[in-house]
Design a protein around this ligand. Sequence first.
Ligand SMILES: N[C@@H](CCC(=O)N[C@@H](CS)C(=O)NCC(=O)O)C(=O)O
Length: 219
Amino acid sequence: MFHCFDQEANENKLKLYSHWISSCSFRVRFALNLKGLPYDYQTVTTFSEPEFLKLNPIGFVPVLVDGQTVIADSFAIIMYLEHKYPQPPLLPHDILKRAINFQAATIVSSSIQPFQNYTVVKYIGEKVGPDEKLPWTQSVIGKGFTALEKLLKDHARRYATGDEIFLADLFLAPQLDAAIKRFNVDMKEFPTLSRLHETYNEIPAFQKALPENQPDAVH
Ligand SMILES: N[C@@H](CCC(=O)N[C@@H](CS)C(=O)NCC(=O)O)C(=O)O
């Protein structure tokens, strides 16, 4: 079932199929806000509903609809937005910095989030035991954060790879928010990441994208 949360919904406006607590949706909300792009928020409550599967056959959020164009997967959506709306840029010119951005984003999107996704954790709870869900999640996040801390400690300044917000930040910020607020990950081994988390919390585009500030948030 979908719910549209914009009174001024119109055909030309971008539509984002999202779920408040989804970190993958959060990345895209952050990108849309940074680029100053208004969008209609479409809440997805039933991921296996046939109408939603027509948009994204794998049944995951986020999905972006731009007129007749439908794009699923946060990475693809963010790159689409970057090409269509290049300002402010989400990738640096410097090719090393660009590679570090892709590496950090991919650690989050391929080596952390898939292992802590709802379906996986539910399966662990059912097949291994409910008490194993949180330690599992903390351990996959900890492994990824260990790699990210090492990767970014020499590149980070105000943001993950310098003084501007780039792709790495878009992926890192929601992952940090979930790790700290939802999964109670011990951050003492990750001083660079902890500092970045503090910085992200000061950014209006990030605050607006936070799970608790979405129309479908459950408090
Ligand atoms: N690589 C995809 C992953 C999408 C994904 O796993 N989305 C999660 C929320 S963050 C989801 O829809 N989970 C629903 C489920 O597991 O049934 C992306 O970055 O968009």
